[in-house]
Structures are given as C-alpha cells and as structure tokens.
Design a protein around this ligand. Structure first.
Ligand code: ATP
Length: 350
C-alpha cells in the first residue's frame, strides 16, 4: 500500500494550500461534483506564469534532473512542482523529452543528475515497482507480450502489494488466494467502470485502439495510485471514445488523484488541464494555466506555430480573409502602376 496514510495523498501539508485543506466533509475525504477542479484551479489561479514557480501544495517536486543519451540532452529540468489534486498537461514538440521525464519520475530510467520526490520522499534510485508502491504510476502501451494476455490478466498484473509476492506468504496459499480474489474483484469493478467487463476473457490484442487506452488507464488504477502519469491517453482514439476517455481522466481528479498527462491535441489540453507545462529540447520553457500558453511567444515559436491545431475563430477567419483581400488589392494596384508606366507593350509571363 502507498506509504501515505491519508486518502490519495491529501497530507497535512495540503492544509496551507488555498482550498486544499477543505476536503474532509465528503465520503473518502473529498467533495463530489466539480469541487476538485475548483480546488485545483483556485490553488493555481494567482500563481505567476513562471517556469519553476512554487505550487501551494506540490505532490511531486523535481530538482536539477538531467538525462543525456550520448551527446544529446534529452531532459534538463531545473525545478518543477506538480500541484496535488490537479490535472497538469505536459506538452511540447516531438523529441522534447516528455516521455523520458515520465520514465525518470517513475523509476523506468535513471538520470545523470538531480533529485525528485513525492510527498517529500525522494524517489531517486528506486525501481519502478517501489515507486508504484508509493503511489506514483504511469500508463503503458499494450506491448506484444501484454496483447497475448486476456484483459483480466492484464489488470491483475497491475495489482501492487500482492501478498503472494512474498516468498513466506506464498507458502501459505490461503493468504495468497484471498489476495487474488480481492484483486480479481477490484479488477472487475474497474473493468465495469471502464465498460470493459464483457471483454474480460478476450485477448487484449483484440481490443480497439480506444479500448486499449481504457485498459491502460484501468490497469494503472489497480495499484490505488496517488499520482497517475498518462502518456498520450487519447492517441489513436476515435472521437466517440475521446469524450469517454476525457471523462475518465476528469474522474481521476474527482477521486483526489494528481494527474500528469502528455498530449499533442491542444483542444484536449485546454479542456482538461488545470495547469500546463511546456517542454522543448529537454527544458521547460513555460508554465501556466491553459489560457496562458497560446499567449507565450516562446511556446508559439517552439511548438504551437507548428502544431497549433485549434480551428480558427470566425473573427480570425474574417481577419485572415480581409488581410488577403488587401494584399491582392495592393498587388493589383502595383501591377497596374507598373503596366501603365511600362513602355513594353505586353507582359508575357502572366
Ligand atoms: N533510449 C534512448 N536512446 C537514445 N536517445 C533517446 C532514448 N530515449 C529518448 N531518446 C531521445 O531523447 C529525446 C527525447 O525523447 P522523448 O521520447 O522523451 O521525447 P518526447 O517529447 O516524448 O517526444 P514524442 O512527443 O515524439 O513522444 C529524443 O531526441 C529522443 O530521440
């Protein structure tokens, strides 16, 4: 079980955060409805839009983490704090270092330098299962090996703290079986929530792209995490399932989890993020609420200029058309002037 005794990491340190201490009057210690979103947004609302800005109640703190591959610096993060109970979007162009940062934070890769912690506890040099046991997990794509397992078997692999893991306990099968039964029940509850229960005995490899994403998320939840890192949760998902997946991500926040997700679709980022962190060439180049990002010139230059996939507003379309009309009118005017001043009888190049 995660070391933190309070539900989903709601530590006493959260009491000083705007709204963060007001969590105890609902079942499980949290309000229902959209209260967690409001709490997260209230906590972040008045912060300056600065790289490395201190958060009122950080769940994860990263300091001086670098990772190089040969001569390439994949990650170089001076200071980053992730607010507890919020949804943080991590964006940046291809190769910016987002996945590498996820791997480092969850113990799947080790940095050249730096420290990082969850709830004040250092996660450096820990193996992935130790990090997961403390409550920090990331989702995984369905690998070939996992595709050959059933949906339910995939879920059981996500379970942590199985008493059967211990050799001595394994000698007492009754305990192990009890744990397996509990894990299976939990897996079935989650599969029901993610509408995958009827697929429990299907090979995971037969699922559609969207169903795979649902399974990846459901599997991560088997370990009762406090912090969930989702790597492109909407990639390759059809529009009908996108809404369902977005709902599930918001649900994680409703349940008090801290969510960090990598995503390229800016509409999705704007829709669900309480805070956005922008990476480019391994560094964090901007941080702020979603509305701050498109106003940041460094972000536009590094990323949005090439990836801005939001449709133009009517006003923007009108403006572009008006500018085009003016440019054409100017060209025609210039051509006319040139022609009338030109002694040549006729242009042959048009
Ligand atoms: N194991 C590795 N060996 C060598 N180079 C690597 C390795 N992993 C990542 N890189 C390099 O590190 C840089 C950062 O890669 P990373 O996958 O973290 O970026 P990303 O922001 O997640 O990109 P994308 O959006 O395309 O997934 C890239 O230049 C990548 O080629």
């Amino acid at each position: 079980m995660p070391a933190d005794p309070t539900p989903h990491g709601a530590t006493a340190s959260g009491a000083g955060a705007p709204g963060a201490g007001d969590r105890s009057d609902a079942p499980g210690g949290f309000h229902s409805g959209d209260a967690p979103r409001r709490l997260a947004q209230a906590a972040l609302r008045d912060l300056p839009w600065e790289v490395g800005v201190a958060k009122p109640d950080p769940a994860v703190v990263v300091d001086g983490v670098t990772r190089t591959f040969g001569g390439l610096t994949a990650v170089s993060v001076d200071h980053l704090e992730i607010q507890r109970g919020g949804i943080t979007g991590l964006i940046g162009p291809n190769g910016a270092g987002k996945t590498t940062l996820f791997n480092l934070l969850t113990g799947f890769d080790q940095p050249d330098t730096g420290t990082w912690s969850f709830n004040g506890r250092s996660l450096g040099k820990m193996a992935p299962h130790e990090v997961a046991r403390l409550g920090v997990v990331r989702t995984f794509q369905l690998t070939k090996a996992l595709s050959r397992l059933t949906v339910l078997q995939n879920m059981l692999l996500g379970a942590q703290d199985q008493r059967g893991e211990s050799f001595f306990r394994a000698l007492v099968p009754g305990i192990w079986r009890g744990q397996e039964k509990a894990n299976t029940e939990k897996a079935m509850e989650l599969l029901h929530r993610f509408k995958l229960d009827t697929k429990k005995d299907d090979f995971a490899g037969t699922l559609s792209g969207g169903q795979r994403k649902l399974l990846e998320m459901a599997r991560a939840l088997m370990s009762d995490p406090h912090v969930v890192m989702l790597d492109e949760p909407m990639a390759g998902v059809n529009p009908a399932l996108t809404q369902s997946l977005l709902g599930h991500v918001k649900d994680l926040r409703e349940q008090g989890m801290t969510v960090i997700f990598v995503e390229h679709d800016m509409d999705v980022v704007r829709d669900i993020s309480d805070w956005v962190v922008v990476m480019a060439a391994g560094r964090i180049i901007a941080e702020g609420p979603p509305e701050s990002i498109s106003q940041n010139q460094a972000v536009v230059d590094a990323y949005l200029g090439a990836h801005h996939d939001a449709p133009l507003t009517v006003e923007e379309e009108d403006q572009v058309l008006a500018q085009a009309e003016q440019a054409i009118a100017r060209e025609e005017q210039t051509d006319g002037d040139v022609l009338s001043a030109d002694t040549r009888p006729e242009r042959t190049d048009r």
